[in-house]
Write a protein of this length. Structure first.
Ligand code: SF4
Ligand code: SF4
Length: 357
């Protein structure tokens, strides 16, 4: 035993100041104004008179070592050796001289990294983890996002939209993901298929029963073994039972579909934050390029670009013209499934801040 206190092992996010461009560190919190000289470039001026140009480029999301080295070489040769990644996995290079901006953009474009994603563009799609990092996804994330961004390349490198457009994807129905101007989310359409031989060995049955938001799961003995059963009339196919109990398989190549939601936003600029609403469902989950999704997303963007007023986000635009007009303009079919008439939530869904186990 020593008298030295046991110190914590720091394993979280490292202090970012050590990696920061020296001018950003020097002027931290002391910026006077900024503008955007062209799409993909931000220009910040500090009270001290220092100026910094930031060039933003899109990447293919999951980066291999070769690509990271290539980006670092560009940073060393054309920028000033510092980069940072945005929350949407764009990469940003900082330079202190306007003359360095053009050669940097040319070097990035030559290597296939589009410069854009600022202002009223369609910026990089935010996605959840997908097949590479999560154990429950029904679709991929980074691969399909890269494919979809290939289709939206022109909207990334230009700032032609009425306001910024944030697109999100989510590869299950219950966990990560967020509100988006356009959200592409997995939608399960059949209850889970239970492998009764495995349940007793793998699942803690009371916690699985407690997971179900509509109380559709009951303990049962099947073929002489402890297992679970699902009341399929109650089941809303949410998939919440699958993570704690993998033998309750919900992912299915045919019945796990995609749904598109429109009009969500987190920002409270000009109007309150909004939840997105379902506009298209039952779309084939067809990775890696999701062609059916791309067609609908491009159609929504085209109509939004033509019809929205300056500075209206997608949700603001739809609120102004009304949902019937939205469906007319986008030619998306409006079906009975768009009407949210489910009342079970009043008595069964978690509607309080209390944690239940
Ligand atoms: S959305 Fe669901 S499946 Fe996708 S990474 Fe998050 S928890 Fe995993
Ligand atoms: S899919 Fe959702 S609603 Fe259906 S049994 Fe599992 S947890 Fe319950």
């Amino acid at each position: 035993m020593t008298d030295q206190p046991r110190m914590p092992i720091e394993s979280g996010v490292p202090d970012h100041f050590q990696y920061m461009h020296p001018l950003l560190m020097k002027n931290y919190g002391h910026w006077a104004w900024h503008d955007r000289p062209r799409p993909g470039v931000l220009h910040h001026v500090a009270h001290s008179g220092d100026e910094v140009w930031t060039v933003k480029a899109g990447t293919q999301r999951q980066l291999d070592v070769g690509t990271i080295r290539k980006l670092c070489d560009i940073a060393d040769q054309y920028a000033e050796g510092h980069v940072r990644f945005t929350i949407r996995s764009n990469i940003e290079f900082m330079v202190s001289n306007a003359k360095k901006v053009k050669p940097l953009i040319e070097a990035l474009t030559k290597e296939g990294f589009p410069v854009g994603g600022t202002g009223n563009s369609v910026t990089m799609i935010a996605h959840t983890q997908g097949w590479l990092h999560c154990d429950i996804p029904a679709s991929d994330a980074s691969g399909v996002v890269k494919s979809l961004m290939d289709e939206l390349h022109d909207e990334f490198v230009n700032e032609d939209m009425p306001n910024r457009v944030h697109i999100t994807t989510s590869c299950c129905q219950i966990n990560c993901g967020g509100q988006g101007d356009i959200a592409i989310n997995i939608q399960h359409t059949k209850p889970p298929k239970i492998n009764h031989d495995l349940v007793a060995n793998v699942c803690e049955r009371p916690s699985v029963v407690a997971r179900c938001p509509v109380a559709a799961i009951r303990p049962a003995i099947v073929n002489g073994k402890p297992s679970l059963e699902v009341d399929e009339k109650k089941c809303i196919c949410c998939g919440a039972c699958f993570p704690p109990c993998p033998p309750m398989q919900i992912n299915d190549p045919d019945h796990s579909k995609l749904a598109i939601w429109v009009g969500g936003k987190n920002s409270n600029a000009r109007s309150k934050p909004m939840f997105h609403k379902l506009v298209a469902a039952g779309i084939p989950n067809n990775p890696p390029r999701w062609p059916e999704v791309a067609t609908i997303v491009k159609k929504i963007l085209r109509v939004y670009k033509q019809d929205a007023k300056d500075w209206e986000r997608v949700g603001d635009w739809v609120e102004r013209i009304g949902w019937p007009r939205f469906f007319e303009l986008t030619e998306l079919p409006f079906t009975k499934f768009h009407i949210d008439n489910w009342r079970g939530a009043r008595v069964s869904l978690n509607a309080s801040t209390h944690i239940r186990f």
